[in-house]
Design a protein around this ligand. Structure first.
Ligand code: NAD
Length: 701
């Protein structure tokens, strides 16, 4: 059943029923059209109400139909809107909770609209790199005014219904209803039915004018503003073109323009990337052998061990979600320092108006600092964020095993250590997993959930659900050094080093990859994060494994004490107190000397090679992670890179980008890189999976 039909007095009520958000699937569209026709033919009906069951009026297109023939099968949304507009009896949309995309376009096709307060109203298509395709760009300016409508269409952001109620210049909602919505809508519809029976004509949004006092000046201004902020995305500018069409063309011609622009955008790589990211994010929470509906453990309280860089940020996530946190440290000084940072973070939000005093106090009140490990005994989930040292982790997990209540979930935030080994420090390895947050943990969206070999399914399901509660994007990773993100970034870092060995300067590498879309190149990034962190890792990794080839350039920089911004010099020079990276003559001279010592004659390397070596190193390592089962699916890897590593969104993630280039070409490039005597030929051997997919003409996603 996709919509129900009932009579309330002389008013027919059509209720959309397509959970979870009443997406406008083919069956739903047919049911709306059929309901309108039934009401039209029934002499007992004076007016019609369209409303939605459950938690939305309508969330728009049914994403389950994307890319299927049903999505455009007739009646499409245009045809349904025509049926509604041409109906001889008034049709009233009764909007609650959510009217987005096609859902809002449906409401705009009705003769009248009433809404509950607090409903989210939006045309979010721009976020998928397209524009509203069922008249939204033509009708919304006619009811909201050109500027308000353009703001909504270009940003895709929701606006609360009460702000869109009828007032001078705005006619989106005829009424905001405080009480029972459908009852009020039926009463309103009956009244409109009577008026209409007495000869009043039915208002249609398409008949209203879309006017602006100075359209040329305004649209020029809008284009300049939008161009500056939508660099890599064509959709926002096309939204402006479409709305300009509403002002300058007839309604029908405007619709035609909207259609043309919609199809143009649908075929852009940017839209493909955004749609990929949209579905990838939803898919990330699905784990092949952990079905939806797997029972979860209730998490009403959390313990955090260590109030350092990570422990503080991790705690804030739970406090923000209203979950009490007990945080434990080894000394009063460390505890005070950690608490001070949390308080300062909240105070900064307070001063920026992002948090009010009451919320601030509530959050701080949910936090219990302690020096007694035993105070964690009642927590449902305990997250360890102590020093990255296996001996310290062992001590902590053995103690945890002794004091945590049975059934508590025990998580480690380790970046590099073996989660299976850590689980083995307890007698309950099924309750142990990794929760790898990224720094700053209260800000970064990504959470790698590391599944140990013994981790129980309900533990995994619980943590994936909890991630949603604390508004993280969680991706499951298996146990290996670096999990998904850091294992791949390590290869990216190695390539950046080889590029220096062969003739690039740090700024040349950074500029090339920044032009590709990364916010920051690898050397500027390292200067920001601190070069000593990578140095410590390299000492462990490459000293233990001397056969692994890597560029010594980063070590040379560290040996000079150039740790990055914090020491005033790194790959770049910095003026005191400033963050602007200035090319360093000293580093460049050092590189020249280094190449001489290796007997390398520097060559000119173009941006294309720089970008492909950096990005395809992510791709090859990513595919190996898939082969090893560390990552469940290609799209999970893309999500890790989009949400945790600043990979450019308009490229859809490294594996989506590889697909867009054609795996045949990617494999050829890898083989070419393998022939470079200064690179790591073994690494560039294309992973068997990518070789096979390329040979079969297939893609990773
Ligand atoms: P940190 O040095 O800033 O903080 C560690 C804190 O743990 C210190 O305050 C220390 O006093 C406390 N501590 C040590 N032993 C303890 C014990 N037995 N009981 C209670 N507290 C104890 O370190 P950090 O950067 O927050 O890293 C913590 C963990 O998170 C490490 O495993 C690290 O690999 C991981 N991690 C760090 C980052 C990052 O960017 N810093 C990112 C992801 C994961």
């Amino acid at each position: 059943m996709s919509a129900t039909y009932e009579l309330r007095g002389g008013v027919a009520v059509i209720t959309l029923c397509n959970p979870p958000v009443n997406g406008l699937a083919w069956a739903t569209r047919k049911a709306i059209a059929a309901g309108i026709e039934q009401a039209e033919l029934d002499p007992a009906v004076r007016a019609i109400v369209i409303t939605g069951a459950g938690k939305a009026f309508s969330g728009g297109a049914d994403i389950r139909e994307f890319g299927t023939p049903q999505s455009s099968a007739e009646p499409n949304l245009h045809s349904v809107l025509r049926v509604i507009e041409e109906c001889s009896k008034p049709v009233v949309a009764a909007v609650h909770a959510v009217a987005m995309g096609g859902g809002l376009e449906l409401a705009l096709g009705c003769h009248y609209r009433v809404a509950a307060p607090g409903a989210s109203i939006a045309l979010p298509e721009v976020k998928l790199g397209i524009l509203p395709g069922a008249g939204g760009t033509q009708r919304l300016p006619r009811v909201l005014g050109v500027e308000n409508a353009l703001n909504m269409i270009v940003s895709g952001e929701p606006v609360r219904s009460e702000l869109l109620a009828r007032q001078p210049g705005q006619k989106l909602f005829d009424q905001i209803v405080e009480g029972e919505l459908v009852e009020a809508a039926v009463a309103f519809a009956a009244e409109m039915g009577d008026r209409h029976a007495a000869g009043a004509s039915l208002p249609k949004v398409r008949d209203l004018p879309a006017r602006h006092a100075n359209p040329d000046g305004y649209f020029q201004f809008a284009r300049n503003t939008v161009k500056a902020v939508s660099r890599n995305f064509p959709a926002p500018l096309k939204c402006i073109d479409a709305v300009e069409g509403a002002v300058k063309r007839s309604f029908e011609d405007g619709l035609k323009l909207e259609r043309e622009l919609f199809i143009q955008l649908l075929n852009t790589p940017e839209s493909a990337a955004l749609r990929h990211a949209f579905f990838a994010e939803r898919a990330a929470s699905k784990i092949p052998d952990v079905p939806e509906g797997t029972p979860v453990r209730p998490i009403a309280s959390v313990g955090v061990i260590g109030a350092g860089t990570m422990g503080g940020g991790i705690s804030m996530n739970f406090l923000n979600a209203g979950i009490p946190v007990t945080i434990v440290e080894t000394s009063q000084a460390a505890l005070d320092r950690g608490l001070g940072v949390i308080r300062k973070n909240y105070e900064s939000q307070l001063s920026k108006g992002k948090l009010d005093q009451a919320a601030f106090q509530k959050r701080m009140a949910l936090l219990t600092p302690t020096l007694q490990f035993e105070d964690l005994g009642k927590a449902d989930l305990i997250i360890e964020a102590v020093f990255e040292d296996i001996a310290v982790k062992e001590q902590v997990f053995r103690k945890l095993d002794a004091i945590a209540r049975p059934g508590a979930i025990l998580a480690t935030n380790t970046s590099t250590l073996d989660v299976n080994q850590i689980a083995g420090f307890t007698r309950r390895p099924a309750d142990v997993l990794g929760m790898h947050f990224f720094s700053p943990a209260n800000v970064m969206k990504l959470l790698e959930v590391v599944r140990g070999k013994a981790t129980a399914k309900d533990v995994l399901a619980t943590v994936m659900g909890l991630a949603r509660t604390i508004r993280k994007t969680a991706v499951v990773a298996g146990v290996c050094d670096g999990f998904i993100g850091n294992r791949m970034i390590d290869q990216y870092g190695r390539q950046a080093g080889f590029l220096l060995d062969e003739g690039c300067t740090p700024s040349q590498v950074d500029r090339a990859i920044e032009k590709f879309g990364f916010a920051m190149g690898p050397f500027r990034m390292n200067d920001l994060a601190g070069n000593d962190i990578g140095w410590a890792i390299r000492k462990r990794r490459y000293v233990e494994h001397p056969s692994i080839r890597y560029s010594r350039t980063a070590d040379l920089v560290c040996e000079q004490g150039r740790f990055g911004q914090k020491s005033g010099a790194g790959w770049y020079d910095y003026q005191p107190g400033k963050r602007t990276a200035i090319a360093s003559p000293l580093v460049e001279a050092m590189l020249v000397e280094h190449r001489q010592s290796l007997g390398i004659t520097p060559r000119r390397i173009d941006d294309g090679e720089i970008v492909h070596r950096l990005v395809y190193s992510l791709v090859n390592e990513g595919v190996r992670l898939l082969e090893e089962g560390i990552a469940n699916k290609a799209s999970d890897i893309d999500i890790v890179y989009l949400t945790g590593y600043g990979f450019p969104l308009h490229r859809g993630g490294p594996l989506c980008y590889a697909d867009s280039q054609g795996l045949f070409n990617v494999v050829r490039a890898m083989k070419r890189f393998a022939r470079n005597p200064h690179d790591d030929a073994g690494f560039w051997e294309p992973a068997p999976l990518i070789t096979r997919l390329a040979a079969e003409g297939k893609s990773l996603s």
